[in-house]
Design a protein around this ligand. Sequence first.
Ligand code: TA6
Length: 304
Amino acid sequence: MEFQVERTTKNGLESVILRSASGEFSAEVLLFGATVVSFTVGGSERLFVSDDAIWNGIKAIRGGIPICFPQFGQPLKEMSQHGFARNSHWTLARTETKDQEATVLLTLQDTEETRVLWPHAFMLRYRVTLSYRSLTTELTAYNPGDTDYKCQMLLHTYHRVQVSDMSVDSFEGCLCYDQLTKGDAEPETQRMGHIDREVDKIYLEKPGAKPIPSPLHISAQEGPMRVYKTASKGKMDMEYKTEVPVDVVFWNPWIDKAKSLADLPDLAYKNFVCVEPGIVQGWITLCPGESLTLSQILEARDKE
Ligand code: TA6
């Protein structure tokens, strides 16, 4: 199967389209925020992007796969929620096509502006690969500097679904921290992840707790989606890496929170669920010369 790459623009923002020559599969990633804004399978869009998203190259796009780095949420108040990667202008480093896939590599490194927010040298490489039925997004953070830094990272993926007919299989038994109640983390009792109210849960992967399945299975009208997640830490450009646990955030704003988001139509909460692999419990320290990689594979299946 032949794949192609095309540089273009979307709503005035530079983008790269990856597609199979047949047109059966495609993906589009912006240079702004390195945000993937489309993944289509058989002509069906599998990611959600808000109709009210703001495409001004300043505010992060509401939807697709925003990148959260160097923080998730806003533990460091001097930096915006979810960090600056998702509203920074990335560099297109390389595109590549092979007989079974197409890849685009985007990079971001520290600038005067980022050093004001976060006083560290860093390099991010984001590899987006489209292949048969699958979209792989791999984010690597490097420490090219001479002092340690601590970071978090997360791929804030918006899946296009009808929440009334959607389930995630399965967080059952996984350690769950509920961001709404902010109590102690407890094992999830629900067999299937459903949405019938505001949900903002962080499932924690840690020694002694039930591992979060990889893949997670999202069942939806649009067709099943499998979400694979892995992370590793090592020395830059050296083979040996150690595995890093990957947490998963499960979010839908529901009615009231949706109304509070200016870049989301009031009723759009019905049309997406966020299943977000990331490294968000505590911080990962990268010593000079170390790297941290988070990978997500979305594998779209046909409607059953
Ligand atoms: O991923 C869950 C979350 O942290 C929610 O608490 C909600 O704030 C969501 O991210 C969206 O955040 P944003 O800054 O994109 O509006």
